[in-house]
Design a protein around this ligand. Structure first.
Ligand code: GLV
Ligand code: GLV
Length: 334
């Protein structure tokens, strides 16, 4: 029999079609938002799942899905996975690195520029009919060119933002990361490694691009915001929860820092109400990878992972090495 898969959210019809050539597919083209119990019920008899970052895959869910062998996430981040639980259950997890790197770096830069140059605020001002005359300080913001760009989290996307800043805008790029880049990569990015404290103190613009893990929770809170320059901008395109949004809203209100650009939020799609009331923040709904070609490439890579793995050829972009023993128990039970 053909393997059975569940596609948990609406996706490009062409990708549903392609998967249907390999599998018995249960799709969700109506884009219903399932509760964890509904997801578990639909996944109970499936061999594979196509997920997006908004379905939690944990031990309780896996226990209810004994046939499941692979969960293919259409996202580079996979903090929606309990990776240890997947590994223990003998389930392969995969993500979609590389195909979204440049698109996401473009967006990080766009959000940085919109924030520093107060574009959202300016647009609201004009639409509200408040533009009546020239004024010397009307919507005056911060410079991008020749300023100091700080990057926290220097993976592929962080490096893409560094290259844009250094090569395109003559920025002085500094970064902090758990592991320092090799000299050749640092040279390509024209980026200098600094301590986290120096990064916070020296950056005119600080961009967060680190993966969300338990240790990364509230990496930027009140103490870190207090170290930043009062003229600084903060951009988060990584994950909600890396920033303490309540502390950030308070720092923005007090002008402890100048402005923030946020594509991700704690508890999204809820947004901290204090942020919604502030003029000096640019808010976007988790769209950093959202161009048509890149979203298609991400969907294709998630599909390719399912096709390769369930076809016995191994995952293309695995995030774990599943334990073999539980998988054997499952196949003998089938
Ligand atoms: C989006 O946030 C992703 O992780 O791809
Ligand atoms: C994260 O995986 C990145 O590409 O920066």
């Amino acid at each position: 029999a053909r393997p059975r898969i569940l596609i948990t959210r609406a996706i490009f019809p062409e990708v549903v079609q392609r998967l249907s050539e390999h599998f018995d597919v249960e799709a969700n083209q109506a884009d219903a938002i399932w509760t964890p119990a509904e997801l578990a019920a639909r996944l109970a008899d499936k061999d594979g799942a196509f997920t997006t970052g908004s379905q939690r895959i944990d031990a309780a869910l896996l226990a209810a899905c004994p046939r499941l062998r692979i969960v293919a996430n259409m996202a580079v981040g996979y903090n929606n996975f309990d990776v240890e639980a997947l590994t223990r259950a003998g389930v392969q997890g995969t993500n979609t690195p590389d195909v979204l790197t440049e698109t996401t770096a473009d967006f990080g830069f766009a959000l940085l520029m919109a924030t520093a140059r107060r574009m959202a605020e300016a647009e609201h001002y004009l639409r509200a009919g408040q533009w009546t005359t020239w004024r010397y300080d009307l919507l005056a913001g911060a410079d991008i060119h020749a300023s100091t760009l700080g990057i926290l989290g220097m993976g592929r996307i962080g490096q893409g933002i560094a290259r844009r800043g250094a090569h395109g805008f003559g920025m002085n790029v500094i970064y902090h990361n758990r592991t320092r880049l090799n000299a050749a990569t640092e040279a390509q990015c024209r980026a200098r490694y600094v301590s986290k404290d120096e990064l916070l103190r020296s950056a005119d613009h600080l961009v967060l691009v680190l993966p969300y893990t338990a240790e990364a929770h509230h990496t930027i809170g009140a103490p870190e915001l207090a170290q930043m320059k009062p003229s600084a901008t903060l951009v988060n395109i990584a994950r909600g929860g890396i920033v303490d949004d309540a502390a950030l809203a308070e720092a923005l209100r007090q002008r402890r820092i100048a402005a923030a650009g946020l594509d991700v939020f704690e508890g999204e799609p809820q947004v901290h109400p204090a942020l919604l009331d502030l003029p000096n923040v640019v808010l976007t709904p988790h769209i950093a990878s959202a161009t048509v070609p890149t979203r298609r490439a991400m969907a294709d890579l998630a599909a390719d992972n399912l096709i390769a793995f369930l076809g016995g050829r191994g995952a293309l972009t695995p995030v774990n090495t599943p334990d073999a023993a539980p998988a054997h128990q499952r196949s003998s039970a089938n």
